[in-house]
Ligand binder design. Structure first.
Ligand SMILES: *[C@@H]1O[C@H](CO)[C@@H](O)[C@H](O)[C@H]1NC(C)=O
Ligand SMILES: *[C@@H]1O[C@H](CO)[C@@H](O)[C@H](O)[C@H]1NC(C)=O
Ligand SMILES: *[C@@H]1O[C@H](CO)[C@@H](O)[C@H](O)[C@H]1NC(C)=O
Ligand SMILES: *[C@@H]1O[C@H](CO)[C@@H](O)[C@H](O)[C@H]1NC(C)=O
Ligand SMILES: *[C@@H]1O[C@H](CO)[C@@H](O)[C@H](O)[C@H]1NC(C)=O
Length: 366
């Protein structure tokens, strides 16, 4: 182990929280159909642009030069499959509809432990999810999209109510707040749009009245610079400039030992990924799905001499997401040198593995 690493470790006793791992957007000022644009982005960058939230949207707007271009393709396309999902992006598998529900609306709310659909424009009280405190009731009537933005800015997201247990919990929570008879918005919504990179982002920024599917075949999405970058649906064969994105994290689908992976990332990208915040963990969760191994190396290393885990960029491990019984120092000094990987299927928890295990790995590009 490099002695300077220990020195860096001593210096970085404080956890840094200033993180900036946005996607990088690239505006391509050449007019192409949506499909041609998609092909171009997949060759030169990662994919046609995906937008996760308003921060991404603002980043993207910065990349668009205002050389008079009005409409610009992004990576959202209609699938024709209309599926209920949670605002978090998860598919909604357990749907406790009230009798006769859902009707035709596209957002979901809860009443007496049952789900009802309602038009997304209807303002109601709503419940956000907060990691530490659990559910938070917001006594402000907002429509579903504004409620989602509020939750994302101040908490995590609109609440998911995914099974009987969570239904009982939220029902009780609502009744404790004396709102048993009220309609309360939850994170349930449906639409039939899908991102080109298969990301589950539920962020939408439609212009009022959009998508309107004029003519019946408006299956692709463009940013309209004349209305603050809000989105419209349009025919995919129209030719517009477009925005690609480049993921700042990249999964390398080769099976290498941890040291080989580290060398690979440093030669071809910047480094193995360091996951020192929930934000980066979320990005990891998004990309790790692409891996071909059940576990994927990160830049996490164990030192028996110092008796700690550390990130290869020299940061201490503050944010953690270990699987049970993993990441403890005693356990990890029994055999060979250990390094940290993240599970690629299901919950992306961290696990400790002997460093000569051959796995896919995640490099960072920033
Ligand atoms: C994204 O959606 C797919 C398919 O609906 C699902 O299998 C997957 O678990 C979702 N991912 C996340 C992070 O919720
Ligand atoms: C709340 O957010 C956390 C962190 O994203 C997530 O793991 C959990 O499933 C969410 N819970 C609900 C009830 O939405
Ligand atoms: C609910 O109503 C009860 C009885 O009127 C009252 O004591 C309690 O403070 C109320 N709770 C909330 C959260 O408003
Ligand atoms: C890496 O290992 C996985 C699982 O053992 C296997 O499915 C995959 O084909 C391997 N990839 C390469 C490039 O050898
Ligand atoms: C670490 O986590 C994995 C996955 O959950 C588990 O299979 C393994 O037993 C854990 N390691 C130890 C030492 O318990």
């Amino acid at each position: 182990m490099d002695p300077t690493l220990y020195f860096i470790l001593l210096l970085s006793a404080l956890c840094s929280v200033s993180e900036c791992v946005q996607r990088q957007y690239h505006f391509i000022n050449e007019s192409k159909s949506w499909t041609e644009a998609q092909r171009y982005c997949r060759e030169k960058y990662t994919d046609l642009a995906t937008v996760d939230d308003m921060n991404d949207m603002n980043e993207m707007k910065k990349s668009l030069n205002d050389g008079g271009v009005q409409l610009v393709w992004i990576g959202l396309q209609k699938t024709g499959r209309d599926e209920w999902r949670w605002s978090s992006g998860e598919p909604a598998l357990y749907l406790n509809w009230a009798p006769g529900q859902p009707e035709r609306a596209e957002c979901g709310m809860m009443l007496k432990g049952q789900f009802h659909d309602l038009p997304c424009s209807t303002p109601k009280y709503f419940i956000c999810n907060h990691t530490n405190t659990g559910p938070v009731l917001i006594y402000q009537e907002k429509n579903w999209r504004d409620a989602q933005s509020h939750c994302r800015q101040n908490h995590i997201d609109l609440i998911s109510v995914r099974n009987q247990e969570e239904i009982q919990q939220i029902k009780k929570f609502i009744s404790n707040n004396n709102l048993s008879g009220s309609w309360i918005l939850i994170g349930l919504f449906r639409d039939s749009w899908q991102w080109s990179d298969q990301s589950n982002s539920s962020f939408r920024y439609w212009r009022t009245g959009e998508p309107n599917n004029i003519g019946g075949h408006e299956d692709c999405t463009a940013v309209d610079q004349k209305s603050q970058g809000q989105w419209i649906d349009d025919s995919c064969d129209k030719q517009y400039p477009f925005v690609c994105h480049e993921d700042k994290l990249i999964v390398i689908r080769e099976n290498l030992t941890w040291s080989e992976a580290l060398r690979y990332c440093r030669q071809n990208h910047v480094d193995l990924v360091s996951v020192h915040s929930e934000e980066i963990q979320r990005r990891v969760k998004n990309v790790v799905k692409l891996a071909s191994t059940a576990e994927v190396w990160m830049g996490l290393r164990h030192s028996c001499i110092v008796g700690i885990w550390f990130w290869v960029n020299g940061e201490t491990v503050c944010y953690q997401n270990w699987a049970p019984r993993n990441g403890s120092s005693e356990e990890d000094c029994k055999d060979s040198v250990r390094s940290g990987a993240v599970q690629s299927g299901g919950d992306p928890l961290w696990i400790s593995r002997p460093e000569n295990t051959k796995l896919n790995f995640i490099c960072r590009n920033y």
